[in-house]
Design a protein around this ligand. Structure first.
Ligand SMILES: *Cc1c(COP(=O)(O)O)cnc(C)c1O
Length: 387
């Protein structure tokens, strides 16, 4: 049997008829946009993620853009982020007119390096061209960034902190979700993410009611919200009062219905992913560099990413054995032509080295021990033959 890189069909079969009934229910109800499942899902996600306020939205990218808009981050502003990540993390800064400032990552966890972050903030302050406003930490491959250290730096320099948890939603550090330290957590429900739907979707989780209210407004064209309307009377329906320039970033009801079903098994899936990760770690130790999770952290293992010096050789060997692999990410963002003009204070040697060495193995909660043993054996055969 072919080994899938991510097995969404096994999950669909497990969820069974209730999942299909939930979708059919929305189709028959006619409430395709902002139906009752959307608010129910926002409540359920908040309960799962220890978040008082949740905004569902159109994608993980828009989930990152919306708080930047709410904080009026724009031209002349700097937002610090890793370069060894998916493009969306850095893309939202130019989208609002601001500048990403790329910061290197730690070689073992692949997440933002707090010492380099502080040095980059000081370098931007000294250059005097951009105003530091925010930090986007990424929970790359599913594991939490070093939030205690990063949030202390955010506080010291008066910066907002976003946890880009598109790959890491559900991860914890010392028992806390990233929102414990961050101003907002954002996530993506792209199908291949650990918590995915059957299309595009995203969410912004926060602790501040006023911020949430602003995000609600921005999500639907800057519509008047509670805090705009309070104490005022209107001649017209305030629904068509546009208080600010926003966008359209609604999550559709079908996706909320799918996510409500998937959330019921998510905790169990995270446990299963950790069993798979432990089996890889035991089987691959000494053959390749296996991932290290920050002390006190629990990863949701969006990817199981190893490092090896003959990456191309190993990928080809596994491909011949019908074992799929992927490279996240072959080009750090600051090396992409369109991002090459943004600051990289101090350089990013770790990100550049990782991009040449990393490769990800099949990882999902339904990967059988048999299949995993085939993968481990194939890697072992290659390494023993090629050193
Ligand atoms: C997937 C991803 C995003 C963007 O999510 P979309 O829903 O695809 O827009 C943002 N950041 C990271 C780290 C991601 O992996």
């Amino acid at each position: 049997m072919a080994i899938p890189f991510i097995d969404l069909q096994a999950q669909r079969q497990r969820l069974g008829q209730p999942l299909e009934d939930a979708i059919l229910h929305v189709i028959r109800s006619g409430a395709y946009i902002m139906g009752p499942e959307v608010a129910a899902f926002e409540r359920a996600l908040g309960a799962f993620g220890q978040a008082p306020f949740v905004l569902s939205c159109g994608s993980g990218t828009e989930a990152l853009q919306l708080p930047l808009m709410a904080w009026n981050i724009g031209p002349g502003d700097a937002v610090f982020c890793p370069s060894f990540t998916f493009a969306a993390t850095a893309e939202v800064m130019p989208l609002v007119g601001a500048s990403p400032v790329f910061v290197d990552v730690l070689p073992d966890t692949c997440n933002l390096d707090p010492a380099k972050l502080e040095a980059a903030i000081q370098a931007v302050q000294a250059a005097g061209e951009l105003t530091p406003r925010a930090i986007i930490a990424v929970d790359l491959f599913g594991q939490p960034a070093d939030y205690p250290a990063i949030s202390a730096i955010a506080q010291k320099y008066g910066l907002k902190l976003i946890a880009d948890s598109a790959q890491g939603f559900g991860c914890t550090l010392n028992g806390h979700h990233p929102l414990h330290w961050a101003d907002v957590t954002t996530t993506s429900f792209f199908p291949a993410k650990p918590l995915g739907c059957y299309g595009d979707g995203g969410a912004v989780l926060c602790k501040d009611e006023r911020l949430h209210d602003l995000l609600v407004s921005l999500r639907v064209h800057g519509q008047a919200v509670k805090s705009d309307i309070a104490g005022r009377t209107f001649d017209h329906d305030p629904k068509y009062l546009n208080m600010r320039v926003g966008m359209n970033s609604r999550m559709d009801t079908v996706q909320a219905a799918v996510l409500l079903q998937k959330l019921t098994i998510f905790e169990d899936e995270i446990r299963a992913r950790n069993v798979v990760a432990d089996r890889y770690a035991a089987g691959l130790a000494g053959l390749v560099k296996v991932p290290r999770v920050i002390d006190g952290g629990v990863s949701v293992w969006a990817q199981y990413t190893i490092e090896t010096h003959d990456r191309d050789g190993l990928i080809a060997h596994l491909k011949a054995a019908e074992i799929p692999t992927a490279v996240y990410y072959p080009i750090p963002i600051h090396k992409q032509e369109v991002y090459s003009r943004y600051p990289t204070p101090g350089g990013l040697p770790v990100s550049e080295a990782l991009a040449e060495r990393v490769m990800s193995l099949p990882m999902h909660p339904y990967l059988s021990a048999d299949m995993q043993d085939q993968i481990i054996a194939a890697i072992g055969a290659f390494i023993r033959r090629n050193g």
